[in-house]
Every structure is written in structure tokens, then in C-alpha cells.
Ligand binder design. Structure first.
Ligand code: MN
Length: 339
């Protein structure tokens, strides 16, 4: 079978690899669509500190069950060959402290498909049956492959307990910022989006943002005070420039929450007094903790993830697709590979 294979940093090929088989508790998935994430581009370039090589990349994928392994967990015994599934890429040990408190996405022995173990940009991949979530057969494969990116939004909105009475500022209208926007709008919150590109703000408006602020031209802190009168109850940072962090603390309302999704290793200078005075919650969110069922529900309620898909390529043109994201970040949103 063929797979998108990063042998070592900067070397990406479509390679012929041995056909995997479903082990105990696993299903074999015939992959039909896989999304490309910024983190895949980083693994390709050798700038993802968590990746191990060689690696079949891809953690946003969907396909059909091609074979069932032995001893499937009780809740997955209903799975059949031919079922359409989206695969949650997070695998965890189940026994460490974070697992014991329902946070398997930060398991001490976390393994993510496409990062720590071979992933979904392959014609076939064997995955734990527990990670395979059945989706309606009438959904296009592309839609099913969008569940993982939306699980990032579901996780952060769950961690911050976003409700219909919230006002949310989403920093950044890239693919992740837009998934957070769409999730928060579905929940019923009022959402403002900040970005430096008018074209992205226009997209955010079409997807339900009440207010778009061009933070390159406008004073975002003033705009947020005007919008809310007392500061923003929930800020989700999908830009993740450490230098902006002090401003987030200033914009947050008393009792506000600030969620952070970035992977920067640079320090941010913050004023601790703001945290105490306003009793702020500063919340990290990584991957997702069992959010696939919730996202499947969102899609069933009319959230249309295909609005974020800008390009599709056959997987044999994976390198071209990854290069496009790199070279034309402003023209690409979500880029998918089909298999
Ligand atoms: Mn991703």
C-alpha cells in the first residue's frame, strides 16, 4: 500500500509500505480523505519538536472499515466492515494521572497518529476500534475528515465552558480560529474575530462573526471595550504570538477566561496582578478529549465544515499540497488529500 512518508526532515515521498493488519482491539481502515494540518508541514520541515522519524503523517482522517481485529472493546462490537468512520488520533494509557481525571489528550504516555506513530495519510491504517467513530454513510469523506480539526474547537470550548450567553473574542481567523468561531456560533455565543487580513475577516463574517476587527489597523483593546463595555468574558487565542499575551490579560473581563492553543516556546511577559485582580482563568487546550461524538452532533445540527475546505489533491500529489500551504498561506484554508 502507498503512504505519505516523511523519511527524515525535509524528505517527503509517496512510498510503498507493508500492508498493515488489524491487531487485537483494532480495526483496519481504508482511508478516503485526510486533512493537512500546519503540524504536518512542521513534521515535514523538521520543526515539530514532538515528531519522531521516519513517519507516515496525517492525524485528520476518515475512511471505511476494511477488516475487524479480534477482541473489540464491548462498546465497539457493533462495528462492521464497510462502516464509514472518522478516527480520533489521540491514544492514551488509561492509567496515568491525566487519564484518571478524564484528560487522555494530555496523557503522560500520549501517542498521536501521524506524530508519534504512523498516521492516516496512507491507503490503509490499523487503529484502535475505540478511536473509530461511525459517521453517516451519506456524508462526503471530506466532511468526515474535518471532524478532527473541529475537535480542537470543541475541546477549547468545553475546557472554557462556553455557553450561549458568552461573548467570545477569537484571535486569528486561520483554519483553527474559524473552527472555534463556528463552534461558538453554534453554541449560541456572540463572537468577535481579530485578524490582520481583511479577506479572512470577511470569511469570519460570513461564518457568523458579529464583529471583525483588523488588529493591524484598528486598536483591538479599544474595540473590545466598546463591544462589551467591561472586557471580554472569553478569549480564545488561535494566533499565539507571545507578545500579544499581555494584551489578552488587559482585554479580559473580571472573571474572564483566556484559552491558549499555541505551541510557541518563546516567553510571554505578563502582569500577574491582572490575573489576581480579575480572577482570570488561563486555560491550555491541546488536541481533544473524546470530542468526536460532540463534533458529529454539531455537523448533524447543520454546522457545515466543508466551508473551510479550500483545496483538494489526490494523495499522490501530497508534496505539492504541502508546498501550497507553505507558499500561499493566504489563499489556502483547509487542504485535503483524497485516497
Ligand atoms: Mn490538526
Amino acid at each position: 500500500m502507498k503512504a505519505v512518508y516523511v523519511k527524515e526532515p525535509k524528505s517527503l515521498d509517496v512510498a510503498e509500505l507493508p500492508m498493515p493488519s488489524a491487531g487485537r482491539g483494532e480495526v483496519l481502515v481504508r482511508v478516503h480523505a485526510a486533512g493537512i494540518c500546519g503540524s504536518d508541514v512542521h513534521i515535514y520541515h523538521g520543526t515539530n519538536p514532538l515528531a519522531e522519524y521516519p513517519r507516515v503523517i496525517g492525524h485528520e482522517f476518515a475512511g471505511e472499515v476494511a477488516a475487524l481485529g479480534l477482541e473489540l472493546p464491548p462498546e465497539k462490537r457493533g462495528l462492521s466492515v464497510g462502516d464509514h468512520v472518522a478516527v480520533d488520533p489521540v491514544t492514551s494509557c488509561g492509567t496515568c494521572y491525566p487519564c484518571s481525571v478524564g484528560r487522555p489528550n494530555v496523557c503522560s504516555r500520549l501517542k498521536v497518529f501521524g506524530v508519534h506513530q504512523d498516521g492516516g495519510m496512507a491507503e490503509y491504517v490499523a487503529v484502535p476500534a475505540a478511536n473509530a467513530h461511525v459517521v453517516p454513510k451519506e456524508w462526503p469523506w471530506e466532511k468526515a475528515a474535518m471532524i478532527e480539526p473541529f475537535s480542537i474547537a470543541a475541546n477549547v470550548l468545553s475546557r472554557t465552558e462556553c455557553t450561549a450567553s458568552d461573548r467570545v473574542l477569537v484571535m486569528g481567523a486561520g483554519p483553527i480560529g474559524l473552527t472555534v468561531l463556528m463552534g461558538a456560533v453554534l453554541i449560541g455565543a456572540r463572537v468577535a474575530v481579530a485578524d490582520v487580513l481583511d479577506s479572512r475577516l470577511e470569511t469570519a463574517g460570513e461564518l457568523g462573526a458579529e464583529l471583525g476587527v483588523n488588529s493591524g489597523r484598528q486598536n483591538l483593546e479599544e474595540e473590545m471595550l466598546k463591544w462589551t463595555g467591561e472586557g471580554v468574558p472569553l478569549i480564545v487565542d488561535a494566533v499565539c504570538i507571545p507578545a500579544l499575551f499581555p494584551s489578552l490579560l488587559r482585554m479580559a473581563s473580571p472573571a474572564g477566561r483566556i484559552a491558549h492553543l499555541g505551541f510557541s516556546e518563546r516567553p510571554a511577559e505578563i502582569v500577574p496582578l491582572e490575573i489576581t485582580k480579575k480572577e482570570l482563568s488561563i486555560i491550555g487546550s491541546r488536541l481533544n478529549r473524546n470530542m468526536f461524538p460532540r463534533v458529529i452532533e454539531w455537523f448533524g445540527k447543520g454546522l457545515d465544515p466543508e466551508k473551510l475546505i479550500s483545496h483538494k489533491f489526490p494523495f499522490t500529489e501530497a508534496r505539492k499540497a504541502l508546498d501550497l500551504i507553505e507558499e500561499k498561506p493566504l489563499e489556502t484554508c483547509k487542504v485535503l488529500l483524497t485516497f
